[in-house]
Design a protein around this ligand. Structure first.
Ligand code: PMP
Length: 281
């Protein structure tokens, strides 16, 4: 792990107990896919990181190019070929007080990487995953990729306890916002791919952004609008996207089968084609 300037064995790596990330979830993060030892779409992750930091008025602790070097170095030291690299930046260490530290402190930077067996994702994708719905109970600034993830933790745990893989939040108007750690999509019976606009109630996923460009290139019709769980159940297909799982077909929502109850051809195709449209570095 990289922790504030040092590369350390994961077992010895730790942060200060007065770190504001630990005490207030006063920090932001990114998760980038690692594929054949390369980082996938890293510039987009770093751009989003910069935005999240700006929204929380946390200073960028080093140039983005230096962060990129650290991400590569942690991947290299862990010999990760397939997996993820995780980056967290918190506001830093200060005596516990809710308001920002009066004297500026140095933000804390932590980077870890781990191997994920690609066969696992492939098996999930071949089978398709189950989704449950839960009421949207997060704060309104989910566009910031903050480490304040307790509602997401509880939603994912509810999914797990229901034998599902992901939970979709449903807002007060009855529309799906996104998953606890993914963006939500459907494919209508007319073959239109639909996802919620990133201007409201969702994190602007890097995978989502790349996939929208892929849809255009593949000449697949695309619509950016909210949809309900009922429309999803009635759709031809559904899937979720995130850097850690790319395109993952959904086969049931709250126990209701979608389409054939098997992963659909559009989701399968998009999963196969995705990396043609992403940037490796
Ligand atoms: N929404 C939420 C709430 C997430 O946590 C994630 C994954 N971190 C996503 C969407 C997907 O984002 P990305 O494609 O950038 O991984």
């Amino acid at each position: 792990a990289y922790v504030n300037g040092r590369y350390q064995d994961m077992r010895d790596a730790s942060v200060n107990i007065e770190d504001r990330g630990y005490q207030f979830a006063d920090g932001v993060y990114e998760v980038c896919e690692v594929r054949t030892g390369k980082l996938v779409d890293m510039p987009r992750h770093l751009t989003r990181l910069q935005r999240s930091l700006r929204e929380l008025r946390i200073a960028l602790p080093m140039p983005l190019s230096s962060l990129a070097v650290i991400l590569h170095e942690v991947v290299r030291r862990n010999r990760v070929r397939f997996g993820i690299v995780y980056l967290q930046i918190s506001r830093g260490v200060a005596r516990r007080d809710h308001g920002f530290p009066l004297k500026p402190v140095r933000p804390s930077v932590v980077v870890t990487a781990r191997t994920i067996d690609p066969a696992k994702g492939a098996a999930n994708a071949a089978r398709g995953i189950k989704v449950i719905t839960v009421p949207e109970n997060r704060w309104p600034r989910v566009d910031i990729k903050s480490t304040a993830l307790l509602p997401n933790v509880l939603a994912k745990q509810a999914a797990r306890e229901a034998g599902a893989y992901e939970a979709w939040y449903v807002d007060g108007d009855g529309f799906v916002t996104e998953g606890s750690s993914s963006n939500a999509w459907i494919v209508t019976k007319e073959g239109r791919v639909v996802t919620r606009p990133d201007s409201s109630g969702i994190l602007s996923g890097v995978t989502r952004g790349v996939l929208i460009e892929a849809l255009e290139a593949l000449q697949i019709r695309f619509e950016e609008r909210p949809f309900t769980p009922a429309e999803a159940v009635d759709a031809a297909e559904a899937f979720i996207t995130a850097s850690s799982m790319i395109v993952m077909p959904v086969v049931t929502i709250d126990g209701h089968a979608i389409g054939s109850g098997k992963p659909g051809p559009v989701a399968r195709r998009l999963r196969e084609q995705f990396h043609r449209f992403s940037a490796f570095s």
